[in-house]
Design a binder for this molecule. Structure first.
Ligand SMILES: C[S@@+](CC[C@H](N)C(=O)[O-])C[C@H]1O[C@@H](n2cnc3c(N)ncnc32)[C@H](O)[C@@H]1O
Length: 355
């Protein structure tokens, strides 16, 4: 296996490597991820809603589309994790195929590959399947025999829907409920916020909307989110002109300074837990704070963000902790910052002059 390439992607390419499917003059890749083999392909166009992977795809020199259109001789698909998202993606891929074109799907066994293969078989009638790397790749040709009613049902699963008055879409974070951790943070957000707020990993916009509802005098709210689909929902959920939307990888830092940061940081990359991502969020938040600025964070109790806040020289407290979540409120104070950068004397002076 090529280093850094997901097992599902390695498996996806097997039917091409084995000559079961000819490499087409042009192909569409839904959920596009980079593989060196694509350098030999005449043309692969990618759709990738997750910003860090979209950037990698473009940096590898491939074309990328925000909204796939037209029809293609081959559509490759690495579906997302949720059932509705995966089935909706099957229908979308079908719609993007030329007549006689081939749909190729790969999934990890742990993500339910066998179950989804059966689903595709129900729609397509016949499929060809291979297994390797604890994944399955299955492909089907678009002929006249697909089950139109089933495809129509699957298309519906990908349509925008409503949760407690918010627009959401299958596959994005918390697509069928308000996250209880975010609800806890919203309940405890202060009502005296001023200036500008950054909402990191803003999802479909719940925390931003709550921040605005509790703090009508806020100047601007900036939503930073890596999943383009979630951000599109947030645009529908927040029509207030003070909101600005950024398709952005928060781990790379923020382009501006803020008085307030709200966040429920992600702690998963793909299927696995990735505390490093949450820590990167905390670092980006701290670096973007103006002096006196505050971070309002919710996390699962066991996630060790306190050490990170200490390391960054922020003053923090834990106003709420329950069986599952904790809230951490942190502040960037001058004296702590000076202490951390080695100006102990100056910091002591600052403290004395304040007394
Ligand atoms: C725990 S969810 C919180 C979502 C939203 N704030 C809420 O309260 O419902 C974390 C969010 O971070 C987003 N995310 C993951 N990695 C990211 C990254 N590198 N940069 C920006 N957002 C990211 C996810 O797509 C997800 O929407």
């Amino acid at each position: 296996m090529v280093r850094g390439v997901s097992p599902a992607l390695e498996t996806l390419l097997m039917p091409f490597e084995r000559g079961e499917i000819a490499i087409p003059p042009r192909a569409l890749f839904l959920g596009a991820e980079v593989h060196p083999a694509f350098e030999e392909w005449p043309q692969v166009t990618g759709w990738q809603p997750f910003k860090p992977l979209a950037v990698e795809w473009e940096q590898a020199g491939h074309g990328r589309v925000d909204t796939p259109a037209g029809t293609w001789p081959v559509v490759m698909l690495l579906p997302g994790k949720s059932r509705d998202e995966a089935l909706a993606a099957f229908a979308k891929a079908y719609d993007l195929l030329e007549n006689g074109g081939t749909l190729v799907v790969a999934m990890a066994n742990l993500a339910g590959a066998q179950r989804f293969e059966k689903e595709l078989e129900r729609a397509a009638g016949k499929i060809v399947s291979l297994q390797k790397h604890k994944c399955r790749v299955f492909h089907a040709v678009k002929d006249g025999d697909w089950d139109a009613a089933l495809l129509a049902e699957w298309r519906q699963l990908g349509a925008l829907r409503e949760v407690d008055g918010f627009t959401v879409e299958a596959g994005i974070f918390s697509a069928d409920h308000i996250d209880p951790g975010s609800a806890l943070l919203a309940e405890h957000l202060p009502k005296n916020l001023r200036g500008r707020v950054a909402d990191l990993g803003a999802g479909w916009g719940f925390l931003s909307r709550m921040a605005l509802e509790k703090n009508p005098d806020l100047k601007e709210v900036h939503l930073f989110e890596a999943d383009a689909r979630a951000l599109d929902c947030a645009r529908k959920n927040l029509t207030d002109p003070r909101c600005q939307f950024h398709w952005h990888d928060v781990a790379t830092g923020l382009p501006d300074k803020f008085e307030n940061v709200v966040m429920n940081p992600p702690f998963h990359s793909g299927q696995s837990t990735d505390i490093g991502l949450g820590r990167a969020f905390v670092r980006s938040a701290a670096a973007s704070l103006r002096m006196g600025g505050r971070i309002f964070l919710v996390a699962n109790r066991q996630l060790p963000y306190e050490a990170e806040l200490d390391e960054l020289g922020l003053v923090w407290r834990k106003p709420v902790e329950d069986a599952t979540y904790k809230l951490l409120f942190a502040e960037k104070r001058l004296e702590r910052t000076l202490l951390r950068s080695g100006y102990e004397g100056q910091a002591a002076e600052t403290q004395r002059s304040r007394r």
